[in-house]
Write a protein that binds this ligand. Structure first.
Ligand SMILES: [Fe+2]
Length: 138
């Protein structure tokens, strides 16, 4: 039995993005599981640092693709990326500060928020790219 948050409906049909989203979700699952098991804060922070680094790289890659496609909703998408990344940092700080109640609450919210972003804004982008005639500028 798997307790993974990843489900096939999160797949956008764009392999490069899907692979990165899957890993992002897995890392966040690892954080939630570690909090549930009351793992030492330093251990959870280490996973969160990896999640922050990975999320930042993934968002930049997604944003580069959007720019190359002249994506009209680019600014709104970037704004949500920035908020999501800020929330991961908030979680990292809560865990590092030993605030267990806040950590659990923020982690649960973040998991819902991230998958909602994938099903919403990322899906909208994938649908845009799939339109006939939409090709990258390079
Ligand atoms: Fe995105």
């Amino acid at each position: 039995m798997s307790d993974s948050t990843w489900t096939d409906d999160l797949s956008l049909g764009v392999d490069a993005i899907d692979r990165e989203h899957h890993l992002q979700v897995d890392l966040l699952d690892e954080v939630v599981t570690s909090l549930d098991r009351a793992r030492p804060a330093a251990e959870v922070v280490e996973v969160l640092e990896r999640l922050i680094e990975y999320t930042n790289a993934h968002f930049l890659a997604e944003q580069l693709m959007m720019r190359l496609h002249g994506y009209p909703l680019y600014q709104a998408h970037v704004a949500e990326h920035d908020e999501l990344l800020a929330e991961v940092r908030t979680l990292r700080d809560a865990v590092a500060g030993g605030d267990e109640a806040t950590s659990r609450a923020v982690a649960a919210t973040l998991r819902t928020w991230l998958t909602t972003h994938m099903r919403g804004m990322d899906r909208t982008y994938a649908d845009y790219v799939a339109q006939p005639g939409v090709t990258p500028a390079v």
